[in-house]
Design a protein. Structure first.
Length: 340
């Protein structure tokens, strides 16, 4: 695909397939190949090209970056940094909720990632546990900005909504324009999930979760005191009532007993000590395992709605339905970037 030699298939989803590939110099990357049906749409290609241009400007310590792309190719494709790691969804589902200190450290890293993403003019739109990779050198936010291109594929699917129920902001649920404040809402829902093992709006069908998000108060009864106030402020129904990402970063640092300087967070995330012990062992094992060496056959297509598009009355996908290294596309697999 372009100059990259594909060596293994990592997953598939609503937007296409994700492959492990090597650059001419041997660097591993994750290559996302867009489904031909989507790539035939000129509107989709325009959106895809625009979002890739924006995403390539993102340069943060806690993001997995875009390294190459060909939105005009046949098929269209995107290459991102390959990050061996474990998704936050897998970590919590497999080993339980986290204590407040690692949650605060995680939150500060994710807030810093959002700072870099928003500074590039990108809104993530689908921040959730399966879009956060835990690696040996800190967490990574994946799929920033790319999911907006999926909107064109949803236009012909009545009742479809871009995003993940339980983690979407109220304005996103009801179809209003979304901005950086929407990502703040999603980030706080992720932190509630990490600390309690469940999203702040519980479980249920997409309709139930979306209704609670728009009309009901979140259930934060299990959050420890040092997290409660910060998370609650970010879950305000009105976007203008939520803190900015810079304010949130400061609040998370203060709540964690830091000295108020954002740059004191990064050194503490170098290594594995900041994570729960069992999760750290899993991340270390995953990062030291060799990547897949042989390509596997392409997946069969399914009539089910693609991940990230939720049909009314259906059960939403769990926060992280698939495990592995990497980057994903919707719930495409686990790689460094997702297609929606």
């Amino acid at each position: 695909m372009g100059r990259y030699r594909i060596v293994a298939r990592l997953g598939a989803g609503g937007m296409g397939r994700v492959y492990l590939a090597h650059s001419p110099g041997g660097r591993p990357v994750a290559v996302k190949v867009v489904r031909s049906e989507l790539a035939e749409s000129e509107d989709f290609r325009r959106r895809f090209a625009r979002e890739i241009t924006a995403a390539r400007r993102v340069n943060g310590a806690f993001t997995a970056g875009v390294v190459d792309a060909d939105p005009d190719g046949s098929p269209a494709w995107l290459a991102t940094t390959y990050v061996p790691g474990v998704s936050l969804g897998d970590a919590v589902a497999g080993h339980g909720p986290w204590a407040s200190e690692p949650v605060l450290a995680l939150g500060a890293a994710l807030a810093e990632a959002l700072e870099a993403i928003h500074a590039a003019g990108v809104v993530h739109r689908d921040l959730k546990p399966s879009n956060i990779l835990l690696a040996v050198d800190g967490p990574r936010v994946i799929d920033f900005g790319i999911s907006v291109a999926a909107e064109v594929s949803a236009l012909t699917q009545t009742g479809m909504t871009i995003g993940t129920p339980g983690f979407m902001s109220p304005e996103q649920v009801i179809g209003q324009p979304v901005g950086p404040a929407s990502d703040i809402f999603s980030l706080s829902a992720v932190l509630a999930y990490a600390a309690t093992g469940a999203g702040p709006f519980g479980t249920g069908t997409a309709h139930v979760l979306n209704y609670r998000t728009v009309h009901e108060h979140p259930d934060l009864s299990l959050l420890p005191p040092e997290l409660h106030q910060v998370v609650a402020a970010c879950l305000a129904k009105q976007p203008h009532q939520r803190p900015t990402v810079t304010t949130l970063l400061h609040q998370l640092i203060q709540a964690g007993g830091r000295d108020g300087q954002a740059d004191t967070i990064t050194p503490q995330l170098n290594g594995l000590d900041w994570m729960p012990g069992q999760v750290a062992l899993l991340v270390q094992k995953r990062s030291s395992a060799p990547p897949p060496a042989t390509a596997s056959p392409p997946p069969s297509r399914s009539a089910a709605p693609p991940p990230g598009l939720t049909a009314p009355g259906t059960l939403p996908s769990p926060p992280d339905a698939v495990g592995g290294t990497a980057v994903t596309a919707g719930n495409i697999g686990r790689v460094c970037c997702r297609f929606g």
